[in-house]
Design a protein around this ligand. Structure first.
Ligand SMILES: *[C@@H]1O[C@H](CO)[C@@H](O)[C@H](O)[C@H]1NC(C)=O
Ligand SMILES: *[C@@H]1O[C@H](CO)[C@@H](O)[C@H](O)[C@H]1NC(C)=O
Ligand SMILES: *[C@@H]1O[C@H](CO)[C@@H](O)[C@H](O)[C@H]1NC(C)=O
Ligand SMILES: *[C@@H]1O[C@H](CO)[C@@H](O)[C@H](O)[C@H]1NC(C)=O
Ligand SMILES: *[C@@H]1O[C@H](CO)[C@@H](O)[C@H](O)[C@H]1NC(C)=O
Length: 870
């Protein structure tokens, strides 16, 4: 079971628990990825890539062993056509034999292979195969890293946009990629709906308005009819309509008319032109085809703004530099057959919504291809120029809307209250085998349309079955949702029926039935949520008897196999319960005295394209982590090697400068320099022989060996610089203490003569004097010794020790200076006050003298920060 089950659990826990931390939104397009980060307390914007671009090309690739992303990965396609992977969106969940895959192979030079699941993987030039999910997961990881460097923390939760027409297969593929990348799925959101959220962000709708989001992307064109209205927000009175309700009313789409198809037409124009001019076939030359593809994209962009453009490809094939002029008219002629298709999704979405163009306030253009003149012209012709609105950012509206919705779901942000009601675009039915009445009868399949196209997402329905034994139900699209895609997507085996029926019957129930709940989630996944056996318990009360007398309520009809006909009669049997996600089975209106329903086990299987299993996803995650780990260790190795090399060059420079003034020469002995020179030579030879294949640790070891030779020299030099400063510091405290003692002793003498209470006792002053003398004699002794030491010999005392000793003296002095005057006799209160003030004053003046003596930058008695620096 149970990927789906796990997925549902995830959903439930997301509902019940607040998600904490940053939220990442990704608009994953066939050409470009846009991302946005929502972090509490941070400005909300589109995420920039490492080159400060607001969109990242949806490409991953390898240049030999180096993995690349974005335009770096796209730009190598001409040289490494088997190692650059773009347009992967077309391949999400696509069966190997589907139209999606044949379309992909017509635009890409990549090598497509079939996976065990029947979907596709891409094979690199070195033979390694990567599933589409893994490659997209790499891109998600890349975006995640960008987000984490901005957020300054780990990012886990992501909301990803998908086209509204994405089937369960494709939605599963998106979620699988998210999980392989190590992220968690907060939600999927249809891209048109995300744009609507962005649109609603800065607007209010006192009266309901209808708009069409026309999204022309690289892969496809889709139109979403949306109603915007104002409603009361939670907990507020009905009168204050301060929340915005977005209700999707209809969608239309064309899966294969988009920017990529236009690129393909232009590429073929160039290809044909080249082949005609040079009489050579290059259609199987992957490098040439990759170069043409890149140039087609560039020329298309120019033709959006200009009437002609020059295509230039150096050494396209056979050493020929290709150059040709293309006009917009030629390009549009090559796309003539598409002209009628661009605006069709709008009309379909309107029909789907049951609205007319008159009902629509505006058609909001979005998506990169909405800039293409012929597409704009077609939309203008279909809806009239006055309806066209270009009031959202065509590239960023979807990702910003998605981020905002994600923030709303996480409930930790204060955002404008915007609610979404979306729809599923396909008829979804439940299929099951009728229970055979007489043995040997041909089993009949019964189909119940549970979620007709246009059903609201986030709703569930309960199906009632009169069954005695285990049975299975299949969830399926009524028709194939896209060429080459299957209809059935999920099978739920309901297990333990007969035992549960026996138990409930023994408990006194009559008419036991199986009730199964199917759900269409907010993110567009259909599933069998739960199944139970319930029955009716005879009510002994008067009302119960009366009810029995008047017959049972008719509100809950059963799927009665004797009368049910395929596809129709069951519709009444599905009771729509409220769209809230409360998981408790609804109380039956007819069960007069409800006892606990008995839950049944559900075993989920995937009859056609299966999502990745937990095991497969874990394997994918491990592969990605292994690539990451390899890249990290490669980077560390490069760093270690570069540091070693530049260290060697630094040492060589030091050795070469033989002027006697150079500190390195002054502080070193000849044999030390000789030893370093030998080691440098030895390391250079080693680098020549092993530099390419050595481990990180070897580079570090080599550097450490050199450093240990240089360290004593550096140490001497530092000490030579430090010594005078440390000596100055010592003398300064010596001097300050001496000054203090002289004055204090004078005062003491005077006080003794006058018979007043002195501030310091004789013992205190003698103590300080002793500390001073110790300090002086130590200094005298060691300074003399140090003076005899040559510059290229190791110092006999360290500046750090001098400072530590001066600190002892300083502390002793400070203790006395800060000492509060002894409690004077009562009569001399006023004089004691003045003496406190005087003490403070002295402190200041001492500090002033000291700083004068010490010089400007270094430190001063009483300033703690200054002391730390010493
Ligand atoms: C749509 O417009 C028609 C008139 O063109 C009007 O009768 C109808 O009520 C409108 N529908 C809605 C939902 O506003
Ligand atoms: C039926 O009852 C038995 C005995 O109480 C219990 O062990 C079993 O789990 C029950 N089965 C179901 C499906 O509830
Ligand atoms: C030491 O202090 C004297 C002033 O007493 C000053 O002239 C000299 O520059 C100082 N030397 C250092 C190394 O700070
Ligand atoms: C300490 O200070 C006294 C008086 O200022 C001076 O005579 C003596 O030489 C100093 N000693 C040292 C080691 O600087
Ligand atoms: C000495 O006495 C004078 C006058 O009372 C006072 O200002 C000064 O701070 C005293 N000095 C010391 C070191 O106690």
């Amino acid at each position: 079971m149970t990927r789906l089950f796990l997925f549902l659990c995830l959903w439930l826990s997301l509902w019940s628990e607040n998600v904490l931390g940053s939220i990442l939104a990704i608009d994953y397009g066939a050409d470009f990825i846009k991302a946005s980060l929502m972090k509490p307390g941070q400005p909300f914007d589109v995420l920039l890539n490492r080159d400060s671009k607001r969109k990242i090309q949806s490409t991953v690739g390898w240049k030999k062993n180096d993995r690349l992303f974005g335009s770096d990965a796209a730009n190598i396609a001409g040289r490494f056509p088997l190692d650059s992977f773009s347009s992967l969106k077309f391949l999400q969940a696509a069966p190997y034999e589907s139209e999606a895959v044949s379309f992909y192979t017509s635009v890409s030079t990549a090598d497509v292979v079939k996976t065990e699941r029947g979907t596709v993987a891409l094979r690199r030039s070195d033979g390694t195969e990567w599933s589409v999910e893994e490659l997209i997961a790499m891109q998600f990881s890349y975006v995640r890293e960008l987000a984490e460097s901005v957020a300054g923390e780990k990012v886990y939760d992501v909301i990803v946009t998908v086209p509204p027409y994405y089937t369960q297969f494709e939605r599963d593929a998106v979620v699988d990629a998210i999980e392989i990348s190590g992220l968690r799925t907060l939600a999927l959101i249809n891209d048109g709906t995300a744009v609507a959220v962005n649109y609603a962000m800065t607007r209010s709708f006192p009266e309901p308005e209808y708009h069409i989001i026309f999204d022309a992307g690289a892969s496809s064109i889709r139109a979403t009819v949306v109603q915007f209205s104002s409603v009361a927000s939670e907990g507020k009175s009905k009168a204050s309509k301060d929340a915005t309700q977005i209700t999707v009313q209809g969608v239309g789409y064309d899966r294969y008319t988009g920017g990529t198809e236009l690129d393909r037409r232009l590429r073929d124009l160039m290809l044909n032109d080249f082949q005609k001019r040079y009489k050579r076939d290059i259609s199987t030359d992957k490098r040439a085809m990759a170069k043409l593809w890149k140039e087609a994209g560039r020329v298309k962009a120019i033709l959006s703004a200009n009437s002609d453009a020059m295509a230039t490809i150096e050494s396209l094939a056979f050493d020929i530099d290709y150059k040709a002029k293309f006009t917009r008219a030629e390009f549009e002629a090559a796309c003539k057959d598409l002209k009628t298709r661009y605006a069709v999704p709008i009309l379909e979405a309107l029909a789907h919504a049951g609205l007319k163009l008159d009902n629509i306030t505006s058609v909001i253009l979005t998506g990169g291809s909405s800039r293409t003149p012929m597409i704009q012209d077609a939309v203008r012709a279909a809806v009239g120029a006055s309806k066209i609105a270009q009031n959202v950012n065509a590239d960023e509206a979807a990702v910003l809307g998605a981020a905002l919705h994600g923030a709303g779901l996480s409930r930790q942000f204060k955002t404008k209250d915007i609610r979404i009601s979306d729809i599923g675009p396909y008829d979804i039915q439940v299929a099951y085998q009728a229970e055979a009445k007489n043995p040997g009868a041909r089993p009949r399949t019964i189909n119940t349309l549970v979620f007709p196209a246009g059903s609201k997402t986030g709703t569930k329905k309960t199906l009632t079955f009169k069954r005695q034994n285990d049975f299975s139900v299949k969830l399926a699209y009524k028709a194939s949702p896209a060429p080459g895609f299957p209809t059935e997507f999920l099978e739920a085996e309901i297990v333990g029926v007969s035992e549960a029926i026996q138990n409930i019957t023994e408990a006194g129930a009559t008419d036991p039935v199986v009730k199964a709940t199917v759900m269409l989630s907010e993110s567009g996944f259909a599933s069998v949520r739960d199944a139970v056996v319930t029955g009716e318990f005879k009510d002994e009360s008067i009302t119960g008897k009366l009810k029995d007398f008047f017959g049972k309520g008719s509100s809950s009809q059963s799927v009665d196999e004797t009368t049910a006909d395929v596809g129709t009669a069951e519709e009444e049997s599905t009771t729509v319960t409220s769209s809230s996600s409360s998981s408790a089975p609804e109380a039956s209106a007819t069960a007069v005295k409800a006892r606990e329903p008995i839950p049944l086990e559900i075993e989920v299987k995937f009859p056609t394209i299966s999502p990745m299993t937990v095991k497969e996803k874990r394997a994918g995650r491990d592969r990605l982590l292994a690539v990451d780990a390899e890249e990290t260790s490669k980077r560390k190795r490069e760093e270690a090697r570069n540091t070693l090399e530049s260290y060697i060059y630094k040492l060589r420079d030091l050795l070469e400068d033989e002027s006697s003034e150079a500190p390195f020469v002054k502080c070193s002995q000849t044999q030390e320099r000789k030893a370093i020179a030998e080691k440098v030579d030895e390391t250079l030879v080693w680098l020549q022989d092993h530099g390419e294949d050595a481990d990180t640790i070897e580079y570090i070891d080599k550097r450490t060996a050199l450093e240990s030779l240089e360290r004593p020299i550096v140490h001497r030099y530092k000490e030579i610089e430090e010594f005078p400063k440390a000596l100055n510091n010592s003398q300064m405290w010596n001097w300050s203490t001496r000054l203090f003692l002289t004055e204090a002793k004078m005062n003491l003498t005077k006080e003794l003569e006058e018979g007043t209470v002195g501030r310091y006792t004789k013992e205190e002053l003698d103590d300080l004097e002793k500390t001073l003398k110790d300090h002086e004699s130590w200094l005298n002794e060691w300074v003399e010794k140090q003076k005899k030491v040559k510059m290229n010999e190791d110092p006999v005392i360290l500046s750090s020790e001098m400072r530590a000793r001066a600190k002892v003296l300083e502390n002793h002095l400070q203790k006395l200076v800060k000492k509060r005057p002894a409690k004077p006799a009562k009569k001399s209160t006023s004089s004691s006050k003045s003496s406190t003030a005087a003490a403070a004053e002295q402190t200041d003046s001492e500090s002033a003298t000291a700083s004068g003596a010490e010089g400007s930058s270094t430190s001063i008695p009483h300033d703690e920060h200054g002391h730390d620096e010493l």
